[in-house]
Design a protein. Structure first.
Length: 284
């Protein structure tokens, strides 16, 4: 049985020859379930063991919603400025440069136009990796331009929210985006062009207070945190214990804030089904 016994003693391996286990091969869900990363990706980043929906970004949502992942990105080079010369632990301008280099994103939202189940669709999707998906002037402007494109070309609009709220480094400029995007959505409604809002984990702050809750249909992903202030702040402010599951998609659905919850595997079919129903078109 020498195959599992070391025949030679004192074997050493040079440091440069040692093999490290690559990072990212496995993912551990909050419930402790462990899944292979490749299998997780094939399952649309949903843990098959416990149905936990892992946070993903615009790249993955575009792959899910657009046919063959074919789309044209709008306003791809639009970037934030630093009109207030804001500085906390570092200059805002430096922070923007660092996060752009790290994430390869220009800001916290991207807009794509392409076919979904054979019909044109405009999709704006937020990226939490970019300063917590915070809502600054560029986010508001890109949403506004996406809505303008939808109106001009008579194409339904989908907005996927994933945000910690307003971007404090832009102060009032950030808060202005609540009114700006809400006014644009009112124009979309006047043109009778469908708008579907998808709230993912997390959807909080000014995002919830504006465009995330103004959809003709408001959808949530399973288990997503959705609310204005976080649970800890609400608990500390009210001095009361919160109900079980407070601010989850399931809680909001039960209390009328969402129209339905769509698992990621059903997302493309559900969105297009409701678009067909809203527009009184044959169901695809």
């Amino acid at each position: 049985m020498a195959w599992f016994k070391r025949k030679e003693k004192g074997i050493t391996t040079a440091t440069e020859d040692k093999k490290d286990v690559p990072k990212g091969l496995w993912y551990k869900s909050p419930t402790g379930k462990i899944i292979d990363q490749d299998e997780l990706a094939r399952n649309l980043w949903v843990s098959p063991e416990d149905d936990y929906h892992v946070r993903i970004g615009s790249k993955e949502y575009f792959e899910i919603l657009f046919d063959n992942n074919e789309f044209t990105e709008l306003d791809a080079k639009l970037t934030s400025k630093d009109p207030l010369k804001f500085e906390d632990t570092k200059k805002y301008s430096d922070r923007l440069k660092d996060v752009m280099d790290k994430t390869k994103l220009k800001d916290a939202i991207r807009t794509g136009v392409g076919k979904s189940k054979g019909k044109d669709l405009v999709v704006s999707c937020m990226d939490f990796a970019f300063i917590g998906g915070s809502m600054g002037a560029v986010v508001g402007e890109k949403i506004s331009r996406a809505i303008d494109y939808s109106i001009k070309h008579r194409i339904p609009f989908v907005l996927i929210s994933k945000s910690g709220g307003a971007r404090m480094m832009e102060a009032a400029y950030s808060l202005m985006q609540l009114a700006k995007t809400s006014a644009k959505l009112a124009q979309l409604a006047e043109e009778q062009i469908p708008y579907i809002s998808l709230c993912t984990d997390p959807t909080t702050g000014g995002t919830t207070a504006s465009y995330a809750m103004l959809g003709d249909i408001n959808i949530g992903e399973p288990g997503a945190l959705i609310g204005f202030a976080g649970p800890r702040i609400v608990r500390d402010t009210t001095g009361k214990d919160l109900p079980e599951g407070f601010q989850t998609s399931e809680f909001l659905l039960e209390h009328g804030f969402l129209d339905f919850i769509a698992p990621r595997k059903e997302l493309k079919d559900k969105i297009n089904l409701y678009l067909d129903l809203i527009q009184n078109q044959p169901i695809r």
